[in-house]
Design a protein around this ligand. Structure first.
Ligand code: ATP
Ligand code: MG
Ligand code: MG
Ligand code: MG
Length: 470
């Protein structure tokens, strides 16, 4: 019997609870009091203040399973075996408590004794200058040097601007030669799908100052992140994260809605995977209070939604379908994330309205863009003008990234500068039209009619954050 994704999540959290960690629920995808980040993208992101010593954590040892969104991975989705825009990150954290030794020891214990992953399939990377980690793995854990790789700063050093930072040690699973790129240099860190990186252990031991100096942190921290979907992929011995039990269930529904079989055609497979990933991201975003708009988080949501809708069209789906898929997301994730269940009808409504809105114009827009593309090709030109891209955006609701993506599929470019000029002109027009009136526009947005009581703030977590003492 293969271990299900939901079971792996519990096993991880229980394991670290047994090692004295306080189990904390996932924070909202919408960062709280953090202007540096659009959306939560790792387990440590919502815990930053604990790491920086600005707030006192409820316990010096914590474990979470955090909802994450990485829009930076959007191009990878559907193409690599291991990337989603939405995924769950399991983590164990130490705020000035234990350090490298325990992190490595417990990591190894969990992976080999609780998940029973064969040791010989595991590879480890360490930062080239971090001799401590190397020695811990090799001398204390007796990890074979042949499967230990030293990597440079790009891969194995974690820092975000100034402040706490440090080396990492990453654990990989060797899926076998048949998944490899064939290069003699193929090893962990290679971009191909052979060595699946699944667990990053970050040893936050330095404090970087304005002059680029790395001082030692007074309280050293541990921050680890394990991709739940990736671990499930390994445990279930399947090819991609889209084949793990929960995600596959959503994917199968996409398949049957589209009347397209998965695994028969590369192009339709990519579309099926993109829809499967994006509907997860979209459902969780709406549950956390994000609404489609042309800016910030709302734009991320709109872009994902419209991109998924377009791939639905490519698969030949005629009707609105995305909102129906929410049920599948809830079936597989609702138990772990009750907010999905609570807000089911709201999530569906938001998605349906946005989908309808886009559907009214997508066919026309697609046709017009196809016309532009043909014209470019006939004239042996390769750049779409900003004016035309703006028209698609303004009249047909094409997010600019979607236009760019479709152009890229045809090896064409976009004149982004002139597109931005058009955008600025429009902002100017809007400002003038509003006169002295501040704030919202007057045009009625169908979404404004929805229940506005849903906020992106979760009082529960907030209370937990501020009241807590060690
Ligand atoms: P990769 O090199 O594969 O893009 P990463 O180095 O960017 O991964 P980290 O920032 O180290 O990833 O995040 C910690 C863990 O989170 C990874 O080891 C992986 O298991 C998981 N993870 C990261 N990005 C994704 C993603 N887009 N989809 C699914 N899981 C992810
Ligand atoms: Mg990455
Ligand atoms: Mg990596
Ligand atoms: Mg990594």
């Amino acid at each position: 019997e293969k271990m299900g994704l939901n079971e792996i999540r519990s096993k991880f959290l229980d394991f670290f609870e047994s090692k004295g960690h306080y189990k904390k629920e996932s924070a909202s995808l919408v960062p709280h009091n953090d202007k540096s980040l659009l959306l939560i993208n790792s387990g440590m992101a919502p815990l930053k203040n604990y790491f920086a010593g600005l707030e006192v954590p409820p316990s010096k040892r914590m474990t979470t399973c955090q909802k994450c969104i990485r829009t930076g991975d959007i191009e990878n989705v559907g193409k690599t075996a291991r990337h989603g825009t939405f995924f769950e990150m399991l983590g164990n954290f130490s705020f000035g408590d234990y350090f490298k030794r325990e992190s490595i020891r417990w990591g190894w214990e969990f992976v080999t004794e609780h998940l029973h992953i064969p040791q010989e399939k595991i590879w480890v990377t360490v930062y080239e200058e971090d001799q401590d980690s190397y020695d811990l793995w090799v001398k204390e854990m007796n990890f074979p040097e042949e499967r230990l790789v030293r990597l440079g700063k790009d891969d194995n050093f974690w820092e975000i601007g100034l402040g706490p930072c440090g080396p990492c040690s990453e654990i990989h699973f060797d899926r076998g030669e048949e998944y490899g790129c064939g290069s003699p240099d193929c090893k962990p860190g290679c971009d191909c799908d052979r060595y699946l990186e699944f667990w990053n252990h970050v040893f936050t031991q330095f404090d970087r100052d304005e002059n680029g100096n790395y001082g030692q942190l007074e309280h050293k921290n541990i921050d680890t992140g394990m991709g739940l979907e990736r671990m499930a992929c390994i445990m279930q011995n399947v090819d991609t994260i889209f084949d793990v039990d929960t995600i596959r269930q959503i994917l199968s529904t996409v398949e049957s809605m589209a009347h397209v079989k998965y695994g028969e055609n590369d192009k339709t497979d990519v579309s099926i995977r993109i829809i499967t990933d994006h509907i997860r991201a979209v459902s969780f975003l709406v549950a956390d209070g994000v609404l489609p708009s042309n800016e910030g988080r709302g734009y991320v949501l709109r872009r994902l939604l419209r991109r998924a809708a377009r791939h639905g069209k490519l698969l030949g789906i005629k009707e609105n379908f995305l909102y129906k898929l929410v049920e599948e997301v809830i079936k597989v994730s609702g138990e772990a994330y009750p907010e999905l269940v609570e807000k089911e009808s709201y999530i569906k409504k938001v998605i349906r309205i946005e989908e309808e809105k886009f559907n009214e114009t997508i066919d026309q827009g697609t046709e017009i863009l196809a016309g532009y593309i043909e014209e470019l090709k006939n004239n042996k030109m390769n750049t779409l003008s900003g004016e035309n891209a703006f028209k698609l955006y303004d009249t047909y609701g094409f997010p600019i990234d979607l236009t760019k993506e479709i152009l890229e599929e045809e090896n064409l470019d976009l004149d982004e500068e002139s597109f931005n000029d058009e955008m600025n002109k429009q902002r100017e027009r809007a400002r003038n039209a509003r006169g002295n009136m501040e704030g919202e526009s007057w045009k009625e947005d169908p979404l404004s009619k929805l229940d506005s009581s849903i906020s992106s703030k979760f009082e529960g977590y907030e209370a937990l954050d501020t009241k807590s003492t060690v």
